[in-house]
Design a protein around this ligand. Structure first.
Ligand SMILES: NC(=O)c1ccc[n+]([C@@H]2O[C@H](COP(=O)([O-])OP(=O)(O)OC[C@H]3O[C@@H](n4cnc5c(N)ncnc54)[C@H](OP(=O)(O)O)[C@@H]3O)[C@@H](O)[C@H]2O)c1
Length: 372
């Protein structure tokens, strides 16, 4: 099988390369990253990849100066990598909603996409479902991979609902969130991930995005999706059938498993994970999320009920505020305060086009600047 990877230099991208090395029967035709050109070049050498791409056109000549591979740049380069005729599967693991364009083009060209990027699905998933109803997406996000695996062989009409599990993040048991530091936020109790998604896990925005992703991926209404806090992160999500039977997918928390499943699907192969030892797991706990302490989860439900351009507005406002927090320019609680206000004030479009979404994202940028 031949694949390309968009976002190879990130957390999911590096894990994808570990899985490719382990599986041995996959050829990588192209890889794309952002600013980490040295790592991109090293990856291309190690894996014998003929084409490399940076998402940033201003870095094109620098990339050309450090590699003898074919170099592509910018959004055109990403789109080319997503649609290479010889490629069977495209892994999209870059960060941010700009992943939408390569995703859209890959699906239009009938590629199977192993999708880790969540912002593109949150912001543009309605458009994808409308315009490419037969799209082949295999989710890499662990919760959606679990649901996808549980749904195999089931009739969707016999599914009562989806139960998404959440670790609860580092502040599950903390009452006062006003003095939280960046270091505390980045110390996730069970998962090792990129910075943006780690902050989103601490605010539970990530779980809110996952509710929206589940609506998009499985075409199931939000009221049929429940979130349950499960601190051990052993059950990655569940589905409940109309007869009350529940199916779950369990493993130690390690993104290499959902990545591998997305690469080998519909087959399964021996993985790099150690088998679950139930005697080692002392307990599996479940709690109701605190919607008052983590209002962004509640907001995500409200937003996907109305849908339209609101999920894109939510995603953009969160992206800007998380970046500000990462740069030390705002506090942890500022993220939720500002995101809620921006979404409340947003001009609503019910059936947005791609340009309506782009306009909404621009409006969010300006609105947050106005509030500074
Ligand atoms: N990490 C996880 O466990 C996990 C789990 C589920 C879902 N996800 C989702 O997967 C995506 C990636 O997460 P991550 O944790 O791997 O993030 P990450 O470690 O921050 O990596 C982001 C990747 O995207 C590249 N990139 C940055 N800006 C870009 C742009 N404008 N266009 C194209 N590529 C760009 C980065 O390149 P450089 O580093 O070279 O700049 C890097 O390769 C996110 O949507 C996240 O929500 C992640």
């Amino acid at each position: 099988m031949k694949i390309s990877i968009i976002g190879s230099t990130g957390s999911i991208g590096k894990n994808t390369l570990k899985v490719v090395e382990h599986l041995r029967n996959i050829e990588i035709e192209a890889i794309a990253g952002g600013r980490n050109l040295t790592l991109l070049q090293e990856q291309a050498e190690t894996f014998g990849v003929p084409i490399v791409c940076t998402a940033f056109p201003e870095l094109c000549s620098e990339l050309k100066s450090i590699t003898n591979k074919k170099v592509l740049c910018g959004i055109e380069g990403l789109n080319e990598i997503a649609t290479l005729p010889c490629v069977d599967k495209v892994v999209i693991s870059s960060a941010g909603a700009s992943a939408f364009f390569p995703l859209y083009n890959a699906l239009k060209n009938k590629k199977t996409v192993a999708l880790a990027n969540k912002e593109s699905l949150v912001a543009y998933g309605g458009i994808l479902n409308r315009e490419i109803p037969e799209r082949k997406i295999i989710p890499v996000d662990s919760e959606h991979s679990a649901v996808f695996q549980c749904l195999e062989g089931k009739n969707i009409n016999e599914v009562r609902g989806i139960i998404l599990t959440a670790s609860g993040g580092p502040f599950r048991d903390r009452n006062d969130l006003s003095k939280i530091t960046l270091d505390e936020t980045l110390a996730h109790p069970t998962w090792d991930m990129g910075k943006k998604i780690t902050v989103d896990s601490a605010t539970l925005m990530n779980k809110g995005f996952e509710v929206i992703e589940a609506v998009r991926l499985f075409r199931i209404p939000p009221e049929k999706i429940e979130v349950v806090i499960h601190p051990q992160s052993i059950i990655h999500s569940m589905i409940e059938m109309i007869d009350t039977s529940v199916f779950a997918q369990l493993s130690y928390p390690d993104m290499k498993l959902p990545i591998q499943f997305a690469l080998t699907y519909p087959k399964r192969k021996v993985s790099l994970l150690k088998p679950l030892d139930f005697t080692e797991i002392e307990k599996l706990e479940f709690f109701t999320p605190d919607f008052e302490k983590f209002p962004l989860l509640k907001l995500a439900y409200k937003v996907i009920e109305k849908d339209g351009n609101l999920p894109a507005i939510l995603a953009k406002a969160d992206e800007i505020m998380v970046n500000k927090f990462l740069e030390g320019k705002s506090s942890f609680l500022d993220i939720q305060k500002t995101v809620i206000k921006v979404v409340e004030k947003a001009p609503y479009v019910k059936e947005p086009s791609i340009s309506d979404i782009q306009e909404a994202e621009k409006w969010v940028e300006e609105e947050i600047k106005r509030r500074e």
